[in-house]
Design a protein around this ligand. Structure first.
Ligand code: PRX
Length: 650
């Protein structure tokens, strides 16, 4: 039996083999080699990952590669290492010491390059500064910063000390920041006065001040001066980054940390309740991001690699900071928006820094398609050799545009499926080996055993839709949900006992290729960012004029999914455009701009089952302007559907 809600309609037949020249120079250059390595990673995962781990530095060896007490994993048990040492110090004894580690471009146009030696010095100074504030292994800090080099410096300094970092995306509101700080009991917050975005400045310190009024765990606030805007100051608690680091030594001995030391917590949306603090630890995450960055992006020493994500998301953690630096790569980092000061800014950056590997999101590509080919066509993109996407399913037309207009039909495209929880890429082509099909993430990465199953957990037949599960542990997997192991078990391991359930629907075709079909739960994917409908509903209902709200997604050409909110105002409240504007502003204040509803529809009632559950399935059909499909027999009041549809026609 397959899930009737997951039926796949996509029938894409085009196949693109890797160019021979690319394959000849690639780390993994043929399907035979891929299959041979894959087989070993599945038959002997401990041998396979032990060998990979030995390419990195360990202060002391592990005594067991994997300790698996389903669903709790420990990797490299007893091993001692330091992730920041592996990203930095390990390269200083080689010619890479004067190689560019980060080439950063600010939105206003300035360029800063930090070599491995320079980045190491900055990280050591900041690690010394954090130690001087009393932070130590086992503590947590929140990081709320713009996309400037000090952001990776802050992450690496924490990793170096064994202080867990919790990065909160700079676009989140003070409310969202407060909730995350309080959940992980951060002792310090690292921020900036503000940042540059879309041609103007935005404030960060002001949001922090607002947030930490109610954060009893916070002792220190470290502030980087970026925009020079005015900030309020609390003496004793607040410290300028430049004052703290000015007197610190550029030397710092990286301590030997246990492989399972908390590395970071990153909050992500679940179906219910507050955001989940996804926990990643040091050793396994290091091995997973190192290997995947190397093989999926085929990183070589002369590459210039650019991932356009924000470090506030897992993509930035794994594939701007840790994965590429572990490989000694040159990483391009850009602070601002893609259309400042003109819609060709990304392509100008590719030309200026001779970017060779480019990794972005389908939503960005759909935006570029809309802006027109003339913008990329104005720049020299001949340095590019490999392209990637992440964050949501890519529609074949956007894939073809990427292939033609950006890759000039020369560059392989890696469509990488993974999640905050998985830590590193799970399903992906290897660019020198895997023939690609537009819209498919293709085949599993090493050590990953995915399957598509029906509601009873049985594998479905080729080309049938079902639920995507992972059937064995992998090194960079989440270890738990912070302080909530029960939610970890419930959320990921209960539905299909023994398997990790990703929350996505998928199909596997006759060649074994995976086609991801999006979320099957109440999580929506807006511009590649996961949001829970529940959180947006809670934000709406917290407004004094709202009685009830239901939030669903409808397909959107650019963002993938758009947010549609059905809102029942309280008795006597005027349901008009002013209230719409007020509610949009309210959601932005509570969560952040990315959660702003695209469409707010007022209704006097919501469709519910007799037991009182809102039937979002019906609302989804209405929001998409489709006929109601599926069963409505459990609906309590049929007249509501007719009323909702009438509203729709207004
Ligand atoms: O639904 C899948 C989608 O994004 C979800 C994970 O979101 P997040 O934890 O925010 O991480 C995003 C970046 C790793 C997945 O459950 N997703 C991610 N990549 C793809 C994708 N869907 C289809 N194809 C992808 N390549």
């Amino acid at each position: 039996m397959t899930n009737p809600e997951i039926s796949s309609v996509l029938k894409e037949k085009r196949v693109f083999p890797p160019p021979a020249e690319f394959a000849a120079a690639a780390h993994v250059g043929s399907m035979e080699r891929y299959r041979e390595l894959y087989r070993r990673s599945i038959d002997d995962p401990e041998g396979f990952f032990g060998d990979v781990a030995r390419e990195l530095h360990w202060h002391a060896p592990w005594n067991k590669v994997l300790d698996w007490q389903l669903p709790f994993a420990k990797w490299f048990v007893g091993g001692k290492t330091n992730l920041a040492f592996n990203c930095l110090d390990r390269h200083l004894g080689t010619w890479r010491k004067n190689k560019a580690a980060i080439i950063w471009e600010g939105e206003p146009g300035e360029v800063r390059t930090l070599t491995y030696l320079q980045l190491h010095a900055e990280v050591c100074k900041f690690a010394n500064a954090l130690s001087a504030l009393g932070l130590k292994t086992g503590d947590t800090v929140a990081i709320y910063m713009p996309m400037v080099p000090e952001l990776p410096i802050a992450l690496l300094a924490c990793a170096r000390l064994g202080v867990g970092h919790s990065v909160v995306f700079g676009g989140f509101s003070a409310e969202a920041l407060r909730e995350r700080i309080n959940d992980c009991e951060a002792k310090a917050v690292i921020t900036a006065d503000g940042g540059f975005r879309k041609g103007s400045t935005f404030a960060l310190k002001a949001s922090v001040d607002d947030a930490i009024k109610d954060c009893p765990s916070i002792r220190h606030c470290v502030v980087l001066k970026r925009t020079g805007q005015d900030v309020a100051w609390s003496a004793g608690r607040d410290h300028w980054w430049h004052d703290l680091t000015a007197k610190q030594s550029a030397r710092h001995e990286a301590p030997a940390l246990d492989a399972e030391t908390l590395l970071f917590i990153l909050y992500t949306s679940g179906t219910t309740g507050k955001p989940k603090g996804i926990v990643h630890t040091t050793g396994g995450y290091m091995v997973g991001t190192y290997l995947s960055a190397k093989l999926v992006f085929d990183l070589k020493d002369d590459d210039v690699y650019w991932c356009t994500a924000d470090v506030g998301w897992v993509t930035g953690h794994s594939y701007i900071v840790y994965g590429p630096l572990l490989n000694g790569a040159t990483v391009v980092m850009y602070e601002g928006a893609p259309n400042v000061p003109h819609p060709g800014r990304f392509w100008e950056i590719v030309e200026r820094h001779r970017v060779t590997v480019f990794y972005t999101a389908p939503t960005a590509l759909r935006t570029f398609v809309r802006w027109g080919d003339e913008h990329p066509n104005r720049f020299d993109l001949s340095s590019l050799r490999l392209l990637g996407t992440v964050g949501e399913p890519i529609n074949p037309e956007a894939w073809m545009w990427y292939h033609r207009v950006i890759g000039k039909e020369r560059c392989p495209i890696v469509d990488t499926w993974w999640q905050t929880e998985t830590g590193s890429i799970m399903i992906t082509p290897l660019p020198g080996a895997t023939p690609t099909k537009p819209g498919s993430g293709t085949l599993p990465f090493f050590g990953v055993e995915p399957d598509v199953v029906d509601a009873t957990g049985k594998s479905v037949k080729p080309n049938e839709g079902g639920f995507l599960v992972l059937k064995r542990p992998w090194p960079s997997m989440l270890r738990t949900i912070y302080k909530n192991p029960e939610r970890f078990k419930e959320g990921y391991w209960k539905r299909f006992p023994g398997f990790y359930f990703a929350g996505d629907g998928a199909r596997r075709d006759e060649d074994g290729y995976f086609w991801i079909m999006g979320r099957v739960d109440d999580v929506i994917n807006v511009s590649g960012h996961r949001l829970s409908t529940m959180e947006v509903e809670s934000a709406l209902v917290s407004h004094r004029k709202v009685a009830e709200a239901a939030v669903v997604a409808r397909p959107d050409d650019v963002k993938g999914q758009a947010i549609v909110a059905f809102v029942t105002p309280k008795q006597g409240m005027q349901a008009d455009d002013d209230l719409r504007t007020e509610l949009r502003g309210h959601v932005v204040k509570e969560i952040g701009a990315l959660a702003r509803p695209d469409d707010i529809r007022f209704t006097d009632a919501l469709p519910k089952t007799r037991s009182g559950k809102i039937m979002r399935r019906l609302l989804r059909d209405i929001a998409a302007g489709q006929a109601i499909s599926g069963d409505t027999s459990t609906l309590e009041d049929y007249s509501i559907l007719a009323r909702l549809r009438t509203d729709d026609d207004e």
